[in-house]
Design a protein around this ligand. Structure first.
Ligand SMILES: C[S@@+](CC[C@H](N)C(=O)[O-])C[C@H]1O[C@@H](n2cnc3c(N)ncnc32)[C@H](O)[C@@H]1O
Length: 160
């Protein structure tokens, strides 16, 4: 089972890449992490938000196809999604690991994710009531996935 973060965006700013890598390198071997960045559709050119998100959704689907096994679970990161506590995320992670399918965690671009993509997802997760920039969402997600693992493993990183 692999966790695959698929994020729309350009090159991550150095501070965000450093923070992401700092958490990613802590992941234990049984929790395989893959991160794919798909190109943001250029905002100049008169396309509607729907058309921009549609182009990005095609790249997201191609990235999922190339990174995940067939039975993958799609989880959308969305400010309108279900709020999860760290404990609830730890329970989800345990369930995903037991199920064994790859899990694709999707982070949208400047206009978010195509509504059809959000609706088709198995789960929609809210990380905060605030709207986060995509780089911040990526860092927060990787830290919380690591924390969720530490809860399940009884690792001292997480303390109640
Ligand atoms: C700049 S935000 C896009 C905001 C866009 N207006 C929308 O309605 O989704 C970029 C991406 O970061 C993620 N994101 C931002 N805030 C989030 C939050 N509070 N919880 C979960 N994901 C979030 C989502 O995947 C979103 O598509």
């Amino acid at each position: 089972m692999k966790l695959v973060i698929v994020a729309v965006g350009q090159k991550m700013p150095d501070w965000a890449q450093t923070a992401f890598d700092d958490y990613a390198k802590r992941f234990p071997p049984e929790l395989r992490l893959d991160c794919r960045t798909v190109k943001t559709e250029p905002r100049s050119g008169g396309k509607t938000a729907e058309q921009l998100m549609q182009a990005e959704a095609q790249r997201i689907e191609a990235a999922i196809d190339s990174a995940c096994n067939k039975g993958r679970r799609i989880v959308v990161l969305d400010e309108r999604g279900t709020t999860v506590t760290t404990k609830a995320l730890a329970d989800k992670l345990r369930g995903w690991q037991q199920q064994g399918d790859d899990v694709a965690l999707l982070i949208g671009g400047p206009d978010g994710l195509l509504p059809a993509l959000r609706q088709q997802a198995h789960e929609r997760i809210r990380l905060s009531d605030l709207t986060l920039p995509h780089a911040m969402a990526r860092v927060l997600l990787v830290e919380q996935l690591y924390r969720a693992w530490s809860v399940n493993a009884g690792h001292p990183y997480h303390r109640e």
